[in-house]
Write a protein that binds this ligand. Structure first.
Ligand SMILES: Cc1ncc(COP(=O)(O)O)c(C=O)c1O
Length: 489
């Protein structure tokens, strides 16, 4: 995506300037959204003692903010979160068990009995689902297991394989491996891992994925892929891959950890079978907060009260029909839709936090304007990185350059031996990104709260960090050379 004035070398210099970044912020219709979040200040990040941070006045902007580009790992806290959580605590303190059923007028919070449904309603536009297709529940890996426990019924003489990518997030890998073992099968024969044909370019093209699907068409039960790959930031072509895999008779599950709240999704229209996500990254619900899942309506119908009338599942009382839930009759009849896959009554504390963040998404106008903003922010990041003197000398961008094939994040592969010093130097400058050993940092301007100025500040700190790291490396090589010489002489 070209930026205004981004052609030619002198223009590149112009683009990489604080004034230019600030002018982009001024033109940004969503520039006010960053004020909705608590951005750690530089001093706060350096604090060692809780007393130093406890007195933070959350109604004022922090004096000197850090540059936080790590929403792909943990999203920042919306200011609204503490208000809503305090309201939840007040309800609990003053109403006790009645909070389950009694709605206090003027309260912005739903009753606890309906809190999960309220969160699902809020998340439906973010994932593009019908109301019955989403449940806010459990956590990501647990939900992947729950999905596979219902929809992975392998037949060693027919469909028994699960296809994932070789660089899948370890939790997905473990989940798949253990599901296969759980059915008495071997991952050696039943788990197919898609390996990038060229390991130096770790992205997987759609045509390559389709060729793996075709190769294992007759024997694969499940295809499990990430919407956005955690390491490279590659955004897969969900509709095309889903169509091919479904036509080949597979059940298609997407892990949307890095996609939800990052890019607009249309899971129902894309005919996805199922998906699961967490809410602590771009959804900003807080560390380890409740996750969610999507199940296409075709898989969650309840045609009769007998167990033949619905897909079998690992069940719990919260998935059972709301009318008879408290009758304690020991007769499980699932709620039609994804909600029928719930197990326990959910953490209201978690959902209150998630709903607070989803209110902020609504305030921003939803995913369409956020994606528009995100495309510009990430294009700006790419553009200032291209003009860095270290580009292709000290680092490469491994995320696809086609904006349709990526979300907010760019993954940067550093030259050998630079990572430790670069990370330390960025930290010294209060620039927060995350590292994937041995040589990658991931930089994610979050669509909701990062600014063009953050991107400019990152480039400045990154150049400085690379310079220190290259000098340190050269010094080390020189020192090693001297030692070798001393050894041989
Ligand atoms: C792609 C992906 N899958 C799975 C997980 C594991 O999530 P959880 O610990 O919430 O189960 C993560 C966590 O970051 C992830 O990024």
């Amino acid at each position: 995506m070209p930026l205004p004035g981004s052609n030619g070398q002198s223009q590149q210099q112009h683009v990489y300037s604080r004034e230019y970044a600030e002018s982009l912020d001024l033109q940004d219709p969503l520039r006010h959204m960053s004020r909705e979040f608590l951005i750690p200040s530089k001093d706060e990040l350096k604090a060692e003692n809780f007393d130093q941070v406890e007195s933070r006045n959350s109604t004022l902007p922090a004096s000197e903010s850090s540059v936080y580009l790590c929403g792909n790992s943990l999203g920042l806290q919306p200011r609204l979160t503490s208000t809503r959580i305090q309201q939840y605590l007040t309800t609990w303190a003053t109403q006790g068990v009645f909070g389950h059923f009694k709605r206090l007028s003027e309260s912005p919070l739903p009753t606890w009995l309906h809190v999960d449904g309220c969160a699902s309603d809020n998340i439906i536009p973010i994932v593009g689902a019908l109301p019955s297709e989403v449940a806010v529940m459990e956590t990501l890996t647990a939900n992947l297991h729950l999905l596979m426990s219902s929809f992975y019924t392998p037949d060693i003489n027919g469909r028994h394989k699960i296809i994932i990518e070789s660089k899948a997030f370890p939790s997905d890998h473990y989940a798949v491996e253990s599901q296969i073992l759980h059915h008495g099968l071997s991952p050696r024969t039943s788990m197919i891992t898609i390996e990038p044909p060229d390991l130096s370019v770790p992205v997987l093209t759609t045509s390559y994925i389709l060729s793996v699907i075709a190769e294992h068409a007759a024997t694969t039960a499940i295809l499990l892929l990430p919407g956005i790959q955690f390491y490279t930031g590659q955004y897969f072509d969900i509709p095309t891959i889903t169509k091919a895999a479904r036509e080949a008779g597979m059940f298609v599950i997407w892990d949307l950890a890095h996609a939800v709240g990052n890019v607009p999704l249309q899971l129902h229209d894309w005919d996805v079978d199922a998906a699961a996500w967490c809410s602590y990254k771009y959804l900003n619900a807080g560390p380890g907060a409740i996750g969610g899942m999507f199940i296409h309506e075709r898989h969650s119908q309840v045609s009769s009260r007998s167990s033949e009338g619905f897909v079998n599942r690992l069940s719990g009382w919260w998935g059972s029909d709301k009318e008879s839930r408290f009758a304690m009759e020991n007769h499980f009849v699932p709620i039609p839709g994804a909600a029928g896959f719930q197990l326990s009554n959910p953490s209201v504390l978690d959902i209150t936090s998630l709903n607070a963040s989803l209110e902020v998404f609504k305030k921003a106008g939803g995913m369409a304007p956020l994606r528009e903003r995100s495309l510009k922010l990430t294009a700006y990041l790419e553009s200032v990185l291209h003009s860095s003197p270290f580009f292709n000398a000290g680092f490469k961008i491994i995320t696809p350059s086609d904006p349709r094939q990526r979300g907010a994040q760019l993954s940067l592969r550093l030259g050998p031996g630079l990572l430790d010093v670069v990370v330390k130097e960025l930290e010294k400058r209060s620039v927060v990104v995350d590292e994937r050993r041995p040589d990658v940092i991931r930089v994610a301007p979050a669509p909701l709260y990062n600014t063009f100025k953050d991107v400019f500040e990152f480039r400045r700190a990154f150049d400085e960090a690379l310079e220190v790291a290259q000098k340190a490396k050269a010094g080390l090589i020189q020192a090693q050379g001297t030692t070798e010489q001393q050894k041989t002489s």
